[in-house]
Design a binder for this molecule. Structure first.
Ligand SMILES: *[C@@H]1O[C@H](CO)[C@@H](O)[C@H](O)[C@H]1NC(C)=O
Ligand SMILES: *[C@@H]1O[C@H](CO)[C@@H](O)[C@H](O)[C@H]1NC(C)=O
Length: 174
């Protein structure tokens, strides 16, 4: 319940911000574009606020052309519960054909204070969820423990070359 109140407040704050203030490069540039109930949790899609300059909050963009190697580095920061991450990665696979739109930047599963998110360093347009699976699965397997945080560089995502991240927040892992 707390999560939904926070979310509504966050969205309202962002809408107000768009009207009254110049956007700043902060976590606040993302807004919730969709919430899909999934079992005991919600699946939340975060997107860039239209008209803002996307923040590269967690890594520089990988060089182009993209190797597509999904080079994984694990992190001790912003770790998420591995059980929830497992569910998130599995649902990317089982719902692989479901297209996510609205300039998406991250997908989170969970609830307030206990969530796992897959995020990526730049908007690459609408894409099927399944495009996120290979790198997310590789981070999950490589960094596996009670808690997980990690990123994959040189990820070929919908024609873009991005860093993809698995962590406890919508805005990246490091
Ligand atoms: C899921 O989202 C709905 C709508 O915002 C909210 O009412 C519900 O409490 C959320 N559930 C969880 C587990 O966060
Ligand atoms: C995993 O995270 C939980 C909750 O923050 C914490 O209690 C636990 O000690 C962590 N486990 C490890 C091995 O870091």
């Amino acid at each position: 319940m707390q999560f939904s109140h926070l979310s509504v407040a966050a969205v309202l704050a962002l809408v107000a911000g768009l009207v009254y203030a110049a956007p700043t490069e902060s976590d606040g540039e993302l807004f919730i574009s969709k919430i899909i109930p999934m079992g005991e949790y919600n699946l939340t899609i975060w997107s860039d606020v239209p008209g803002t300059t996307p923040a590269n909050a967690f890594d520089v963009r990988a060089p182009v052309p993209c190797s597509g190697n999904n080079d994984v580095t694990c992190s001790g920061s912003h770790q998420a519960n591995s059980g929830i991450c497992n569910q998130l990665v599995n649902q990317l696979n089982s719902n692989s054909g479901v297209v996510i739109g609205d300039s998406p930047r991250s997908i989170c599963l969970g609830q307030s204070g206990n969530q796992c998110c897959v995020s990526w360093s730049a908007a690459v347009g609408s894409m099927p969820q399944g495009d996120l699976f290979n790198a997310a699965k590789k981070i999950f397997s490589t960094c596996f423990g009670d808690n997980i945080s990690g990123l994959a560089r040189n990820v070929n995502l919908n024609g873009g070359c991005v860093t993809e991240c698995l962590s406890n927040r919508a805005t990246g892992c490091s």
